[in-house]
Ligand binder design. Structure first.
Ligand code: ADP
Length: 535
């Protein structure tokens, strides 16, 4: 082993320190070259690495202006090297011949040169050159010394490669986590968040920069959880040995409830200590809703079917009794109830059939020009006789253009909205039905002064079998199909349906239908800004 005199030792130490402290390859190589030049008392130095195409490219230079770089070309092109047991070797004669060319071209008076290949295992990485302007040749010791610097440079290259690879791998991983449709959090052994991805940030409403450093339970707080939070367990000194799965709801004011399935996967280091936990959050709201809908469907339908059937059966059985002589009045009343209930059953069956037809994509419309003003008047007339508690007002301009649609289906939409307006304003009041034309569409509205609908329920109103939970709901009949059908029918016409409502202040449902071709008004959208909302 070679032992170095003190200044040389100092320089090598300096190089090692640079290697350890800097990730900038160019900076490290420049420092190595400068140190080598100092220690070998060279005036000029050059360090070149092979690029992807295998050509040598200067990455560090010392002792001459950059403008002279191209003139070093003879020492960079087609350098012959050989491999021995000791590593790569350059031909001394060849290098000296090239030195003369470069010295002339650069006018730098380069007299002596020492060139050492940079190698990493079997790979020829590049060359480090140190030049002298004096005639004093480089000794064998100096050549050995430069070899040590070359080895350091090769290590720097390897580090840089590893670092780049690591960086690429990290970026790839980050991209995967960031863009995953599932929520992902990586927390440390104390459940403090290190990484939170976009999907989870969206679900919880926590921006990543605010979530980082908080505990998992603060950011992902579950209501109605099916199992305890393993992070709470860790806090109490329990251990987390294997994967834990729990479900629960993320509830945020003003946002729809999100039901999630959360998996906690612990990751351990070599000694078996908990290093971090990967928390995977799956949005299972739809799945849960489908489950709930199934059971709601069964309970609603059985209830809705059972009531009329029970009434029909009761009245029929009573009227049929042979031991009683019913007077005509009682018989008529009984039969009227039987007829009414049969109608209700029929209506429900029709609705169910329509709903399944819509789901199967088999809803057919028979479109024609429809005079909405006339249709609204007819539908309203039917409702006026059904309720004494409500005053139904019609607000439709005489020149309302005809729409293009299926008359019976439009009647169904209007009936559903009107029947809701009556049902959900148990104290009576004014129900206003109006319409106006705008651009290519007529907008129709039905406004009541009833119980209204909380904001957070409004988005789901139009779902199948959805009924807002309230005490009134429990006292009103309905299968939660009316608005679902209304929406499907409106959309089948190419229109839109929506609601404006505040609890306690009534509700206004709007829908649009296309104006029959050739009759559209010149009015532009915006002329009637939510005109019906005040209704
Ligand atoms: P149903 O009336 O059979 O329950 P719908 O689909 O017609 O079903 O309506 C769904 C839910 O929307 C109702 O249960 C009710 O809670 C709410 N809703 C509908 N119309 C109104 C209204 N005009 N005012 C208040 N709530 C309404």
């Amino acid at each position: 082993m070679l032992s170095y005199p003190l200044p040389q030792y100092h320089y090598l130490l300096e190089v090692t320190r640079t290697l350890a402290s800097s990730l900038d390859l160019h900076e490290v190589l420049q420092r190595i070259l400068e140190s080598a030049a100092h220690i070998l008392q060279g005036q000029v130095g050059l360090l070149a690495l092979r690029n992807r195409q295998g050509q040598l490219q200067v990455v560090a230079a010392y002792g001459f202006p950059r403008t002279l770089l191209p003139r070093f070309r003879p020492l960079l092109e087609d350098i012959p090297y050989s491999r021995t047991d000791m590593g790569f070797r350059l031909s001394r004669q060849d290098v000296l011949a090239r030195l003369r060319l470069v010295s002339e071209a650069t006018q730098l008076n380069l007299r002596q040169v020492v060139a050492i290949p940079l190698a990493l295992e079997d790979e020829f990485l590049g060359i480090i050159y140190i030049f002298r302007t004096s005639d004093e040749p480089f000794t064998l010791e100096e050549e050995y010394l430069l070899r040590a610097f070359a080895d350091h440079a090769a290590i720097a290259v390897r580090n840089a490669r590893l670092y780049t690879e690591l960086q690429l791998e990290r970026n790839r991983l980050r991209t995967i986590i960031e863009n995953s449709a599932d929520g992902i959090m990586i927390v440390d052994a104390r459940c403090r968040i290190e990484v939170i991805n976009r999907a989870l940030s969206r679900m919880t409403g926590w921006p990543p920069e605010r979530a980082r450093g908080k505990t998992a339970g603060t950011v992902l707080h579950l209501e109605n959880a099916t199992a305890p939070d393993p992070c709470e367990g860790l806090k109490r000194g329990e251990t987390l040995k294997e994967q834990v799965y729990r479900e629960g709801d993320i509830i945020r004011p003003g946002h729809p409830r999100i039901t999630v399935g959360v998996t906690y996967t612990p990751v351990f280091d070599e000694e078996g200590n908990l290093q971090y936990i990967i928390i995977n959050v799956n949005d299972i709201t739809r799945f849960r809703e489908a489950e709930e809908m199934k059971s709601t469907f069964i309970s609603v339908i059985s209830h809705e079917l059972k009531t009329p059937v029970a009434l029909i059966k009761g009245y029929a059985a009573t009227l049929r009794r042979e031991d009683v002589q019913w007077d005509e009045e009682t018989i008529r009343e009984g039969l009227a109830i039987i007829e009414e209930e049969a109608d209700r059953l029929n209506q429900l069956i029709d609705n169910l059939l329509d709903a399944s037809r819509i789901q199967a994509g088999g809803l057919k419309l028979e479109k024609e020009e429809v005079d909405l003003r006339d249709l609204i008047q007819k539908v309203v007339k039917g409702f006026r006789v059904q309720t004494a508690a409500h005053k139904i007002v019609i607000d439709v301009p005489e020149d309302l253009p005809p729409v293009w649609g299926d008359r019976e289906r439009i009647r169904q939409i209007l009936s559903n909205l009107l029947s809701n307006a009556v049902k959900y304003s148990p104290k009576g009041g004014v129900i206003r039905v109006g319409a106006w034309a705008e651009g290519d569409y007529v907008t129709v509205y039905v406004a009541d002064q009833g119980i209204g609908i909380p904001e957070e329920e409004q988005a789901r109103l139009f779902d199948k079998f959805y009924r807002v939970d309230s005490s009134l709901r429990r006292h009103t009949k309905g299968a939660g199909l009316g608005l679902y059908l209304a929406k499907a029918l409106v959309e089948a016409h190419g229109g839109r349906i929506w609601v404006h409502s505040r609890p306690g202040e009534g509700a206004t449902f709007f829908f649009t239908l296309p104006i029959a071709k050739g009759t559209s008004t010149g009015r532009e959208e915006g002329d009637y800004n939510d005109k019906g909302a005040e209704g």
